[in-house]
Design a protein around this ligand. Structure first.
Ligand SMILES: [Zn+2]
Length: 426
């Protein structure tokens, strides 16, 4: 259920600010059940929140998949269903509408009993595949009551200045810790470059277009950011398109970790910083061509994850100052580790914090890392293919039990590796 909530924050807009699209003809009035999100404050009760928004406690329970009205936590995000009023059936809040009444932004729909994906899509003037795409749904029969769906704007083809023919962002909306794929088609030959929130990113492709990967930092504050695209023609003229990207919450948990006293000295900040600088120096090198193809495989013969990416962390009851930059697989010492995708080994060494460490360069600034190995079977510069044995699980370095810590970096930004196993990027 919690994962479903992610969608909400996405209030998701891909509005083009460079050139506002002309208002499309008004579609039939969009139906009911759009929702907003409320963050629980200290002292709130479910009934006080329900009262404030003019909905019932039961509505709140259903919309949030809750079973116990007493179980809400400060900071928790709750969906506020829009109370259906007999007088104004199905009117959505005005702030998301353009003058002509068409939706410019995504909205959130709460699945009702009896709904089908086809019925929902039709209500909003969309196709089933548009709704599936916006929600990462692969099986159209998989819907549950209370589930939240992102409803993308209908009938508003974005327009971009020439020579931009098309700009496609996926996943859209994006959440903290995900890898954002930017695809651009051009009408006339030009060189592409881009920036997200002030950070430049590179395109792979030719002068008719290309794709780029942007790592969304796990601690990136939620909100709307500008993604700037530049097309430089050979006559030195340049066109700029600015796309707004809404970054939603990854809804990460917090873990409280105790480090045994004899490992306490490994938390020395200087040591941590120096070691980080060594590995960061490796993953900041960008090799020119992508070496992988298709979705990544899992690096182990298990999918038992013991700690997810992005989890906020507090060590020895200290402040929550860091997040988990990869996923941990709890697996016994000596279990084989396989390359999840093709690449070139860029680093293979034993380190104090990370233990037996390997970094694979997959090209164009994409790296995967394997920490705490008991044994490393590869050497720098060696090329690997998907499924190649590269090492064995261990508990070396700063580790309380044998496990594999697996991470993926996009231009140095740690992103959720599991996304890479679920979809072919780009
Ligand atoms: Zn880990």
């Amino acid at each position: 259920m919690e994962k479903r909530l992610i969608i909400v924050l996405l209030v998701g807009l891909l509005a083009v600010t460079a050139a506002l699209a002309p208002a499309a003809p008004a579609a039939a009035a969009p139906p009911t059940q759009t929702a907003e999100v409320y963050v629980v404050q200290a002292g709130d009760t479910l009934s006080s929140i329900a009262w404030r928004f003019g909905v019932t406690v039961d509505d709140m329970l259903v919309a949030n998949g809750l079973t116990d009205a007493d179980l809400i936590l400060t900071g928790q995000q709750l969906v506020i269903p829009i109370a259906s009023s007999p007088d104004e059936p199905g009117i959505t809040p005005g702030e998301n509408e353009t003058a002509s009444g068409s939706q410019e932004f995504s909205q959130v729909y709460v699945v009702q009993p009896g709904d089908t994906l086809f019925a929902i899509a039709t209500q909003f003037g969309l196709t089933v595949s548009e709704v599936m795409l916006a929600n990462g749904i692969t099986d159209p029969h998989w819907l549950s009551v209370g589930q939240l769906l992102t409803i993308p704007p209908a009938g508003l083809p974005p327009s971009y200045p020439a020579p931009f023919a098309a700009v496609l962002l996926s996943p859209a909306p994006v959440v903290q810790g995900q890898t954002l794929v930017v695809r651009v088609d051009l009408d006339e030959p030009a060189a592409l470059s881009g920036e997200f929130d002030g950070r430049p990113f590179r395109f792979v492709g030719d002068r008719t277009g290309g794709w780029a990967l942007v790592g969304i930092h796990a601690l990136q504050p939620t909100g709307v950011y500008s993604l700037t695209l530049r097309a430089s023609r050979s006559d030195e003229t340049q066109a700029t398109a600015i796309v707004d990207v809404a970054v939603g919450s990854g809804l990460f948990d917090t873990e409280y970790i105790s480090v045994p006293p004899d490992q306490g000295d490994l938390l020395d900040p200087d040591l941590i910083r120096d070691e980080y600088a060594r590995v960061a120096d490796v993953w900041s090198q960008v090799s020119p061509r992508p070496l992988w193809e298709g979705p990544f495989a899992l690096p182990l013969a298990t999918d038992r994850i013991t700690s997810y990416f992005g989890t906020r962390r507090s060590y020895n009851e200290g402040p929550v100052s860091s997040f988990h930059a990869g996923v941990d697989f709890g697996e016994s010492e000596g279990s084989p580790i396989y390359a999840p995708a093709a690449g070139r080994v860029a680093f293979a060494e034993f380190l104090d914090v990370r233990g037996g460490s390997t970094l694979i360069d997959h090209g164009v600034g994409i790296y995967s890392g394997y920490w705490h190995q008991s044994q490393i079977l590869v050497q720098p510069e060696q090329t690997v293919e998907t499924g190649d044995l590269i090492g064995f699980v261990g508990g070396t370095g700063l580790s309380t039990a044998p496990h594999l810590h697996w991470e993926v970096r996009v231009a140095g930004i740690a992103v959720d590796p599991i996304q890479w196993t679920k979809m072919a990027i780009p």
